[in-house]
Design a protein around this ligand. Structure first.
Ligand SMILES: Nc1ncnc2c1ncn2[C@@H]1O[C@H](COP(=O)(O)OP(=O)(O)OP(=O)(O)O)[C@@H](O)[C@H]1O
Ligand SMILES: O=P(O)(O)OC[C@@]1(O)O[C@H](CO)[C@@H](O)[C@@H]1O
Length: 312
C-alpha cells in the first residue's frame, strides 16, 4: 500500500483554446476538470495500474467536495481532512501547437488544528504501508519543514518516505533523510544553488543531495528523461515522445511508476520513464493505464554521457 499526502490539492481545470492572446477575451473550445495535486496524481496513476493506494488530502468548501467526489468516482480510496479554506483551482490553457500556460493558485492557509488532523490521517493510513509519498507545494503559512518532520517521524516508525517538494521544503526534507526525493530540473538547481545544464550537472547535484541525507535521488529532466542516483550508483534513462500532448502530471506518473516497480535501480527507473512518457502522450493530467504504457521506447544507460547538454 502506498499512501500519498497532498496538503495543497486542486481541481485542475484544463481549457483548450485556438490561440491565447494576453489582454483579450478568448473563447474556449472545450474544458475539463480533473482531480489535481501531485500526491493525488501519484495515487491516480497507481490505481490506474492496480497498485493499492490511499490519497490523504485536505478538502475545503464545494470545490473540496467536488475533488473528493471525482477521486471516489475514479475508485480511489480517499482520506479527506475537512478544512475551512477553499480547495484551490489550478488552470491549464492549451493551444493547438501544444503550448501550455499553467496558473496555480496559492491555496488557503491551514490552522494548527487542521495540520494536526492531517498528521493523524497520515498516521492512521500509514499503518502497514510500504511508502508515504508527500508531494506538492505547501499552502501559505504551513511551516516549510513539515515534510522534514514527516521524514523524521516515519524513520523511527520504519515506513519509507518519498518527497516531491519545491523551494525551501526540499532542502529541509533532504536534511531529514528521506528514502527518496524526486526533484525536477529547476528544483534540483535551486536546491544546490547552481544551474543544471548537462547530464553531468544533474548527476553532481543529485550526488550533493545524497550527501546531505537523501537515500535515493530520482531527478526528472523533462524531455531529457531522468537521472537516478541510489546505492547502486548512477543510471540515466530516456523515453522519447514524438508529439507530447501534455506534460502536466508527467513527473507524478514517473514517480508512481518508479515506486510501483520497487524503487530500486534501472528496472524501476525504466518503469517510471515508461509511465512518464505515457502521461505525456495523454491530454491534460490524465494518468496512464496499462494499455497506454510502452516499455519498448525506454533507453537506459548505466554509463551515461555526462557532457550531454540538456534541452534548454
Ligand atoms: N517532452 C517530453 N518528452 C518525453 N518525456 C517527457 C517529456 N516531458 C516530460 N517527460 C517525462 O516525464 C518525466 C517528468 O517530467 P518533468 O521533469 O517535466 O516533471 P515535473 O516538472 O515534475 O512535472 P509535473 O510537475 O507536471 O508532474 C520526465 O522524467 C520524462 O520521463
Ligand atoms: O502547485 P503545486 O502543488 O506545486 O503543483 C500542483 C500541480 O501543478 O501539480 C500537478 C502536476 O504535477 C497538478 O495536478 C497540479 O495542478
Amino acid at each position: 500500500m502506498i499512501v500519498t499526502l497532498t496538503l495543497n490539492p486542486s481541481l485542475d481545470r484544463t481549457i483548450d483554446v485556438d490561440r491565447l492572446v494576453q489582454g483579450t477575451m478568448t473563447r474556449a473550445r472545450s474544458a475539463r476538470i480533473d482531480p489535481g495535486g501531485k500526491g493525488v496524481n501519484v495515487s491516480r496513476a497507481l490505481l490506474a495500474n492496480r497498485a493499492p493506494t490511499v490519497a490523504v488530502v485536505t478538502s475545503g468548501g464545494a470545490d473540496g467536495e467536488q475533488l473528493v467526489r471525482l477521486l471516489e468516482g475514479d475508485g480511489i480510496a480517499v482520506h479527506a481532512v475537512p478544512v475551512a479554506g477553499r480547495t484551490r483551482s489550478n488552470v491549464t490553457i492549451v493551444e493547438p501547437d501544444g503550448v501550455v500556460t499553467k496558473v496555480n493558485e496559492p491555496g488557503e492557509p491551514l490552522s494548527r488544528k487542521e495540520l494536526d488532523a492531517v498528521a493523524d490521517a497520515v498516521l492512521a493510513e500509514a499503518e502497514g504501508a510500504s511508502w508515504v509519498v508527500a508531494c506538492g507545494s505547501l499552502p501559505p503559512g504551513v511551516p516549510f519543514d513539515i515534510y522534514a518532520r514527516l521524514c523524521e517521524f516515519f524513520a523511527s516508525a520504519g515506513v519509507r518516505v518519498a518527497v516531491d517538494a519545491s523551494g525551501p521544503a526540499l532542502p529541509a526534507a533532504v536534511g531529514a533523510g528521506p528514502h527518496l526525493v524526486k526533484p525536477n530540473r529547476d528544483e534540483l538547481a535551486e536546491a544546490v544553488g547552481r544551474p543544471v545544464a548537462s547530464v553531468g550537472d544533474a548527476v553532481e547535484a543529485a550526488r550533493e543531495l545524497r550527501e546531505r541525507g537523501a537515500g535515493t535521488v530520482l531527478a526528472s529532466l523533462g524531455a531529457d528523461g531522468a537521472v537516478l542516483l541510489d546505492e547502486d550508483g548512477v543510471t540515466v534513462g530516456t523515453a522519447p515522445v514524438a508529439e507530447p500532448r501534455s506534460t502536466v502530471g508527467a513527473g507524478d506518473a514517473l514517480l508512481a511508476g518508479f515506486l510501483a516497480a520497487g524503487a530500486r535501480g534501472a528496472p524501476a527507473l525504466a518503469e517510471g520513464l515508461a509511465w512518464g512518457a505515457a502521461a505525456v502522450r495523454l491530454p491534460a493530467s490524465r494518468m496512464p493505464r496499462p494499455d497506454d504504457i510502452r516499455r519498448d521506447i525506454v533507453r537506459i544507460d548505466t554509463r551515461p554521457d555526462l557532457g550531454r547538454s540538456l534541452i534548454a
